[in-house]
Design a protein around this ligand. Structure first.
Ligand code: 7RM
Length: 650
């Protein structure tokens, strides 16, 4: 499949001539402001990354920076370090001990701060709790939590003792949770009774209980009390976090891990029905997260950094926890939604806590646009100095709105392209150097080699094609948990074994800037969340009345893409509005609310080519209203036949 270069987004970009230079004032104070850095690092990328590695603390130094047997890389070979030590101890025990590490605001308005010293004590206690429950180095721990400080503490506690954490987004269903637990045979789950969302408590513990019915590897469940504490309890298996924390010692030696020891597994959707457990290791990942936080977010001692992602996604791992804390930054963590109690909640938080660097997703920006300027206009946003965007292509209109209404035309915007698999930011402006253009992620971060290739691997200097990363980088995934073949097939087999295929289409302009166009495979991006069409299809056919289904993405003003499902019901089952609701809810129950189709179109049969391939372009045109006016007529086999005739040359 080739990227959709005919989209209106592309047209916008083709006409995008506005250029925004960083101000002299911003440049002067930036952590990196010398454009020559791009040439310097090109000469010796390994030395470039090693320079950042020198700024972290290692228990034993590396023998070699990189060992590359394509497509398998080892970074900082032979070195030993601890990710938690680098995020916590070195600041707690140094000059930043009394600096706030985590600044938490709960949705009801409660706040909590943890200095680096306090964070160290909490993390040590949590690490001792894990040890007491029998967790040892290399064990896998599932974390299924709301956005509360304990989520970060739990991750860091795992890292401290060399256990592998796997955070599962709190919006995922019991089935999704048990699949992820079973895939890696996790031993323990850390969860909460519930968390606040839109003004009330959403329960998490009952979902864990349900998941554990089919996840026998779990021996213990640690439960943080965030809600009313009134959940069902399995004695012997379930433990209150606060009870065990109260008895735990607040000192715990960090486990010195090999640079290539696994730090975490994070599941992400791909083109098959089964999510992939993306494996990240210790040393290289930490260097990448540290370096990009320092240069892209220009972190200073005085900054209050707010990344609005959930810790259940890679953005939360790298830019709430590991990157900013390794930099000794103050990180703001917010539990709830942006429109509770009102649509200005984010701006109130920025005003109240004097947030300086703000990192969010285009889908959120488009919601803010819809809600109107009056909400940010009513707040003092003068503390802001830098803005970021991540998760999906940002349309120029949203970029300009963000620039004008949130950045007040003062703040550079860094549009950062990267993936769960890349571990850290890959293509991005450097705010003290890069002249930005709305909608463009601009240039590869120094030390990263990106190209645009065509299907056969020829380089495209200027123009559109497939994005490729042509040399290894420290934060790169090291594998798919338990499936090395799939790792090689998915990412390193499109061209040669040393070239990474991210699955995105992109275009490069005459200046060498990259425009990321979005996925070219069967992965949707709904509100910045990756959803595999096959996963949703699997959830639909799991329903006893569904014969067959096909899922495509359709353009959505706020979400970017929405899930559009086509369903053929079994013989004798009537299509109805009730059936549509039932099936939509079935998907939410199987996967989670984020995967719920916006619409279901019932069809007499799915349109397929003679070789049996679903005609997806036809379905996309139907879903977006181009092929037919009234889409419900797909229940008439004659209409399906007519359409197939029309699209047969695809
Ligand atoms: C960090 C994250 C990855 C996919 C990726 C792209 C899309 C992310 C941008 C973007 C255009 C961006 N990880 N994507 N950032 N597209 N511009 N700045 O989102 O694994 O969840 O998703 O998201 O398609 O392949 S992710």
């Amino acid at each position: 499949m080739s990227p959709d270069t005919s989209s209106s987004m592309m047209d916008d970009l083709l006409h995008e001539t506005r250029v925004f230079e960083p101000s002299d004032e911003f440049k002067a104070q930036a952590n990196i402001n010398d454009p020559a850095i791009y040439e310097k690092e090109l000469a010796d990328p390994e030395a470039f990354w090693a320079g950042f590695a020198e700024e972290l603390d290692w228990n034993k130094k590396w023998d070699r920076v990189l060992q590359w047997d394509p497509p398998h890389a080892k970074w900082f070979v032979g070195a030993r370090m601890n990710a938690c030590y680098n995020c916590v101890d070195r600041h707690a025990d140094g000059a930043l001990g009394d600096k706030i590490a985590i600044l938490f605001e709960g949705e009801p308005g409660d706040t909590l701060t943890l200095t680096y010293k306090e964070l160290k004590r909490e993390v040590c206690k949590a690490a001792n709790v894990l040890k007491k429950l029998g967790v040892v180095k290399g064990d896998r721990i599932a974390i299924y939590m709301p956005m509360i400080p304990e989520a970060a503490i739990a991750m860091l506690a795992c890292a401290r003792i060399g256990a592998v954490h796997s955070v599962v987004f709190g919006g995922f269903s019991a089935d999704s949770l048990s699949d992820r637990i079973n895939d890696q045979q996790a031993k323990l789950v850390i969860t909460a009774d519930g968390g606040y969302r839109r003004g009330s408590i959403f329960a998490l513990k009952p979902t864990v209980d349900q998941a554990l019915g089919v996840s026998p590897s779990i021996e213990n469940v640690l439960v943080v009390r965030r809600g009313e504490g009134d959940c069902a309890w399995t004695d012997g298996r379930d433990h209150w976090w606060h009870e065990l924390m109260a008895e735990a010692r607040d000192e715990c030696e960090p486990e010195w891990c090999d640079s290539e020891d696994m730090l975490f597994v994070l599941y992400t959707s791909g083109t098959t029905g089964k999510p992939k457990g993306i494996v990240h290791t210790t040393g290289g990942y930490m260097v990448h997260a540290y370096a990009t936080s320092k240069w892209v977010f220009d972190l200073k001692d005085s900054d209050i950094f707010w990344c609005t992602a959930d810790v259940g996604w890679i953005t939360g791992h790298s830019y709430i926890v590991y990157g900013p804390l390794a930099n000794g930054a103050t990180v703001l963590m917010y539990e709830g939604v942006p429109n509770h109690p009102e649509q200005d909640r984010f701006w109130r938080i920025i005003e109240k806590h004097k947030v300086t660097v703000f990192y969010t997703a285009p889908t959120a920006i488009r919601s803010f646009m819809r809600w109107g300027e009056k909400w940010p206009d009513g707040c003092d946003l003068s503390s802001l100095r830098l803005l970021g965007s991540v998760g999906e292509p940002i349309n120029p209109e949203a970029w300009i709105w963000y620039h004008e209404n949130i950045g007040k035309k003062r703040c550079p915007i860094v549009d950062t392209w990267w993936q769960t698999e890349t571990g850290g930011i890959m293509i991005t402006p450097l705010p003290g150097i890069t002249a930005t253009k709305p909608g463009l992620a601009t240039r590869p971060f120094p030390g990263i080699a990106a190209e645009i290739l065509n299907e056969t691997g020829e380089k495209i200097g200027v123009g559109g094609g497939l994005l490729a990363i042509t040399s290894p980088w420290p934060g790169m995934l090291r594998g798919i948990y338990g499936d090395m073949d799939r790792y090689v097939d998915t990412y390193w087999s499109k061209w040669d074994k040393g070239t990474y295929f991210p699955g995105d289409g992109a275009k490069r302009d005459a200046q060498g800037y990259f425009w990321i166009l979005g996925r070219v495979d069967d992965v949707l991006n709904v509100s910045g969340h990756r959803i595999g069409t096959m996963e949703v299809e699997g959830a639909l056919v799991d329903h006893h009345e569904v014969a067959e289904s096909a899922v495509v993405g359709k353009k959505h003003e706020v979400k970017g893409q929405a899930v559009a499902a086509f369903v053929t019901l079994k013989e004798g089952i009537e299509a109805s509005l009730e059936k549509e609701t039932e099936l939509r809810n079935h998907v939410a129950k199987k996967i989670g609310a984020i995967a719920k189709p916006d619409s279901i179109i019932f069809t007499a049969e799915l349109p397929k080519t003679r070789s049996g391939k679903i005609m997806r372009r036809l379905l996309r045109d139907v879903a977006e209203g181009r092929a037919l006016g009234d889409t419900t007529t797909l229940t008439d086999p004659a209409v399906v036949d007519q359409l197939k005739e029309k699209y047969k040359d695809d």
